[in-house]
Design a protein around this ligand. Structure first.
Ligand code: GDP
Ligand code: ZN
Length: 295
């Protein structure tokens, strides 16, 4: 028997596919995981044993940096939040919720404005360039901006999120012709609707470069599972950080208090109004949640 450490690329029907030492092993998980209520996830770093007869077993799951429930994936380095500038038009509150959710989980967000061949995206760039979060623009029709996405993917495990129809599959296909993921037109033919739950699979784009294939998961899935404590929320808006310890009251909620340094930065135009509006809406949604209601 020998042991290898590898990356769990996908799990399906109780079998797990683990990439280790340039090979893909088909493994089963030790019964102990089920007893402990742990499910191996795509993205997990696992130790597998390989018997003489080729039987492989996941013996150990390394501690996760982070994990998501929907889609079920572990150890994401980056989350690309894709928002189309038209068809459909951006919903900035949803985008800001996704951004805060990613920050809360310790996953670096990247904003991608897609379909830039259809509409100018200057007003959105103005808002998001102030946040310090990387902002990219792409068109899968003209190919503009696709190289920059490819650059940011290098050496990382990333996922793409965004509502159905924003152009995620088209972008992934542009990144790697070999992927040929079904885009909207084809998915409909395959009857792959919103309600089909599929396993997450890690697609390999290059050495140490993986993208989680997560069709059928809308951005809303992720938001609902990510409950944020109100005290933490301001920390999930990166551009608020320099001001948070400068408010007059230590318990400042940064929504309406006198002497609030965040509100002052907003007045000076250092923080975009729409970002602060999203913050206030989120704060109002979560402020009455009791400690025991959070997991
Ligand atoms: P997904 O649901 O996010 O994977 O979106 P798809 O990649 O399936 O794209 C949805 C629709 O938008 C399809 O009809 C695509 O042809 C179209 N589309 C995708 N990217 C672009 C783009 O950059 N420009 C334009 N004009 N249309 C696009
Ligand atoms: Zn404040």
């Amino acid at each position: 028997m020998k042991m290898e450490r590898g990356l769990l690329r996908k799990g399906i029907g109780g079998f797990y596919y683990v990439e280790a030492a340039d090979t893909i092993y088909e493994a089963k998980a030790r019964g102990i995981f089920r007893k402990r209520g742990i499910t191996p996830l795509a993205g997990d770093i696992v130790d597998i044993s390989i018997e003489e007869d080729g039987t492989c077993t996941i013996e150990e799951i390394c501690e996760r940096k982070n994990s998501l429930v929907r889609p079920p994936v572990a150890n994401l380095d980056q989350l690309f939040l894709v928002v189309s500038v038209l068809h459909p038009s951006p919903n900035l509150l949803v985008l800001d919720k996704m951004l805060a959710g990613a920050e809360e989980k310790g996953i670096s967000p990247v904003i991608v404005f897609s379909k830039t061949d259809l509409e100018d995206c200057g007003e959105y760039l103005e808002i998001y360039q102030k946040t310090g979060i990387p902002v990219l623009t792409v068109s899968s029709v003209t190919g503009d901006g696709v190289d920059r996405v490819r650059e940011l993917l290098q050496g990382k495990l990333s996922a793409f999120s965004g509502n159905s129809g924003v152009g995620k599959s088209s972008l992934l296909n542009r990144l790697d012709e070999q992927l040929s993921l079904p885009t909207a037109e084809i998915s409909q033919k395959l009857g792959r609707g919103r309600h089909t739950t599929r396993q997450v699979e890690l697609l390999k784009l290059g050495p140490d470069t993986y993208v989680a294939d997560t069709p059928g998961f809308s951005s809303v899935d992720m938001i609902q599972t990510e409950l944020i404590r109100k005290e933490n929320l301001a920390h999930d808006f990166r551009e608020f950080a320099p001001y948070l310890d400068q408010c007059r009251f230590p318990s400042c909620s940064h929504t309406k208090e006198k002497g609030c340094a965040v509100l002052a930065a907003l007045q000076e135009g250092k923080i975009a109004r729409s970002r602060h509006q999203s913050y206030v809406s989120m704060y109002d949604e979560i402020k009455n949640i009791k400690e025991w209601e959070l997991k």
